[in-house]
Design a protein around this ligand. Structure first.
Ligand code: MRU
Length: 368
C-alpha cells in the first residue's frame, strides 16, 4: 500500500533482528501519519490493547514480534504468550500467531525469522484473497451497463491497515480497481471507534478508489433501492461451521443483505479460522470495551484532536465490540485458497489438513 506515493507495510523491524518494532499509529489516522517505535514486549502488548495497532491480521503479526522481543529480553515465553493473548480476546489470529511462536521456540527455531514469516504470510495471503475475490466483482461488472460502477458495501476496516498489507475485504476491491474495473465502496462509519470513517476511507482514498462514507444505519436503505451489488466484510474469528465474528454491526448488515438478495461475503486468511469451535454465537468471546468510546466522539477541531461528550453526563453505555453473523446469512468465504461456502464442509474441503486440528492441539498458555 502506498501513502502519499510511498510504499508502506503496517509494521516492520527498525533494522534486521532489531528488538524495536515500528508500526503506524492508527489512533492518529486519518489526521496525522505517525510511526511509533515499540522497544520491548511490554510496549508491544500495550500497543495492541490500546489499539495503536488493530485489526485481526495485524495484531497477530504484532504479537508474533512481541514474542521475539520477549525472547530477546530473556522472558519466560509462556508467560509472555499469556500476556499477549490477553490483550484482545476476539480476534483469533492473535492466539494463532503466539502459539506458532511458542512452537517455534519449543523446536529451537529462530524466532526473528518466524515473526517475519508470519508477517510475510499475512501479506501474501491477503494478496491471494484479492486474486480470488476479484472474480465476484468481475462477474457483477459484466452484468452491469457499460461504465456503471460495481457498488460494494463494507463495514469497519478490513483493509491493509488491519493486516500487514492489502487487507482482506479490501484486497479484491484494490485488485479490481487496479485492473480498471469501475468500483465504488459504501463505507460504514462503524461506531463507536469509527474505523470505517477514519481508516477505511483514508486508505481507499490513498489508493484512489471511489468511496462514500455512510452512517452505520444507512446500509439497509441503500440495499432496498438497489444501490449495493455486493457486501464484503472481514472477520476476527470464524468458526469451523462458518459463523463469522466481526465488528459490531456486521450482523445487521447481513440481515439486510439477506432480506434484499444482496450477496454477502466474508474475506479472511486461514489464520482467522477457529477450528476448535462450531457455534459462533455461543462460543466466540466478545470483547467489551470502555463505555467512553460510545459516550464520546473523537475528531479534529481547529487542528486539535478533541473528544466531545455526546450523551448526557453520567449516562450509562454498553460497548460490545463484535457480533456474530450466523453462517446461513453468509453467501461465501473468500480465503487465500479460493472461495467456499460458509459451512463445515466448505471450509474443510478448502483446508483438509485442518481436520486433524482439535482444541487439544493448541498449546495451553491460558493457565500459566
Ligand atoms: O477492533 P478492531 O478495529 O481491531 O476490529 C477489527 C476490525 O477492524 C474488524 O472487525 C474487521 O472487519 C476484521 S479485522 C480484519
Amino acid at each position: 500500500m502506498r501513502v502519499d506515493g510511498r510504499y508502506f507495510r503496517t509494521l516492520w523491524p527498525r533494522g534486521a533482528r532489531s528488538s524495536t518494532l515500528c508500526a503506524i499509529d492508527q489512533r492518529e489516522l486519518p489526521h496525522r501519519f505517525v510511526i511509533a517505535e515499540l522497544d520491548d514486549a511490554a510496549q508491544t502488548a500495550q500497543a495492541i490493547s490500546r489499539m495503536l495497532v488493530r485489526g485481526a491480521g495485524l495484531i497477530g503479526a504484532t504479537a508474533a514480534y512481541g514474542m521475539y522481543q520477549a525472547s530477546c529480553e530473556g522472558q519466560d515465553l509462556r508467560a509472555a504468550a499469556s500476556l499477549l493473548i490477553a490483550t484482545r480476546p476476539t480476534a483469533v489470529n492473535l492466539r494463532w500467531s503466539v502459539e506458532r511462536m511458542l512452537r517455534a521456540a519449543d523446536e529451537d527455531r529462530d524466532l526473528y525469522s518466524e515473526a517475519m514469516a508470519i508477517a510475510d504470510e499475512d501479506a501474501d495471503w491477503c494478496q491471494r484473497i484479492g486474486e480470488h475475490g476479484i472474480a465476484l466483482i468481475r462477474d457483477i461488472a459484466r452484468r452491469k451497463p457499460a461504465g456503471e460502477a460495481v457498488n460494494i458495501l463494507t463495514h469497519c476496516n478490513a483493509g491493509w491497515l488491519a493486516f500487514v498489507d492489502f487487507g482482506s475485504a479490501t484486497a479484491p476491491i484494490y485488485r479490481a480497481h487496479d485492473e480498471g474495473i469501475a468500483v465504488h465502496v459504501w463505507v460504514d462509519e462503524t461506531r463507536p471507534r469509527n474505523q470505517g470513517a477514519q481508516l477505511t476511507m483514508w486508505e481507499l482514498m490513498q489508493h484512489g478508489v471511489a468511496c462514500t462514507l455512510i452512517p452505520d444505519n444507512a446500509g439497509g436503505h441503500l440495499m432496498q433501492h438497489g444501490m449495493v451489488d455486493l457486501c464484503i466484510v472481514g472477520s476476527d474469528r470464524t468458526t469451523r461451521c462458518g459463523d463469522v465474528g466481526n465488528k459490531i454491526g456486521t450482523y445487521l448488515k447481513a440481515l439486510a443483505a439477506h432480506d434484499n438478495g444482496v450477496p454477502f461475503y466474508a474475506a479472511m486468511p486461514s489464520s482467522t479460522l477457529d477450528w476448535s469451535i462450531g457455534d459462533g454465537v455461543r462460543e466466540i468471546p466478545i470483547e467489551q470495551r470502555d463505555a467512553d468510546e460510545v459516550l464520546r466522539a473523537r475528531g479534529l477541531l481547529d487542528g486539535r484532536i478533541v473528544e466531545p461528550l455526546l450523551a448526557p453526563a453520567g449516562a450509562n453505555a454498553a460497548n460490545y465490540a463484535f457480533d456474530v453473523t450466523p453462517a446461513r446469512l453468509v453467501t461465501g468465504i473468500i480465503t487465500e485458497r479460493g472461495i467456499c461456502t460458509a459451512s463445515e464442509q466448505g471450509l474443510r474441503d478448502m483446508f483438509p489438513e485442518s481436520v486433524r486440528l482439535q482444541p487439544s492441539d493448541s498449546l495451553d498458555v491460558d493457565n500459566v
